[in-house]
Design a protein around this ligand. Sequence first.
Ligand SMILES: [Zn+2]
Ligand SMILES: [Zn+2]
Length: 135
Amino acid sequence: MVTITCADCGQQRERCSRQAKRCLPCCDKRQRMQTKQSIARRKAGIPPRQLMTHDQRWQSFAMRAVMFAKSVGALPDLDKGNIECVDCDAAAECYDHRDYARPLDVSPVCMGCNARRGSACIPEPYIEQPKRKAA
Ligand SMILES: [Zn+2]
Ligand SMILES: [Zn+2]
């Protein structure tokens, strides 16, 4: 668990991810508001706005891949606390990505080591290179 300062109500709250910007009640409120807004937009014929940045989309893709792998038993569940952090001897609490392009290439780490490891490599968007003329 990490303590974050909620961006909406300014309160110090415990969250499981240091990426969390808001406390759970505020997250909830926001999600409900966004759902309402997106329904209203859809009704008005306005296409849904891109809510996530490039980096966030990679993060959520990688997170969902790990969740899926856990659900089918390809990765052990860390909730039991019987898996050790690969960097220290503490119980691993989450899976750390080093490269979001390889979403299942993860190491079980504790929260402290996860923070020390910093963020994973985020693939750049594909940019079409101008074709080189044949010599
Ligand atoms: Zn809040
Ligand atoms: Zn550790």
